[in-house]
Design a protein around this ligand. Structure first.
Ligand code: CMP
Length: 141
């Protein structure tokens, strides 16, 4: 586990949290926790109820529907937001494919963060639009 000041520095290097000032980032450090996974660990299981939002600090995860890989996510990217936004079960599995560290926020802390920081909502919206465009792309595009 990293010290709080290291965690704050780490979060400042991630574009997702870049819009926050130092004070807010430090507060966020106390709200979340760092979790480590080894390759093969299921971080989020399709159909489960969603209790956390995850930001990849390092390593790599795959978003999968059964055996189909629908996305690969690495450092600075996030997952687990969908269930927290619409209160529905997890839409896919998210599996570590290398040693991976994530920063995890409870649904409560995630909601508070987004409500207090509209810039973060915008960063997330842009990423969601990007993911939708990829999903809409036909195999021959
Ligand atoms: P959630 O449904 O809470 O849990 C599974 C997560 O996988 C989901 O949130 C998203 O973060 C992620 N996910 C689902 N579909 C895609 C996709 N098409 N591209 C990237 N990530 C996705």
């Amino acid at each position: 586990m990293v010290a709080a000041h290291e965690a704050a520095a780490m979060l400042s290097s991630v574009p997702f949290f870049a819009s926050l000032d130092d004070k807010r980032r430090k507060a966020l450090v106390n709200d979340g926790k760092e979790l480590s996974y080894k390759a093969g660990d299921i971080i989020v299981g399709e159909g489960a109820s969603g209790v956390g939002f995850y930001l990849v600090l390092d390593g790599k995860v795959e978003v999968r529907k059964g055996s189909r890989v629908i996305a690969s996510l690495g450092k600075g990217e996030f997952f687990g937001e969908m269930s927290l936004i619409d209160d529905q079960p997890r839409s896919a599995d998210v599996i570590a494919v290398a040693q991976t560290r994530c920063w995890a926020l409870s649904s409560w802390a995630f909601n508070a963060l987004v409500k207090a920081n509209p810039d973060i909502a915008l960063v997330m919206l842009k990423e969601l639009v990007k993911r939708l465009r990829v999903a809409n792309r036909s195999p021959i595009d």
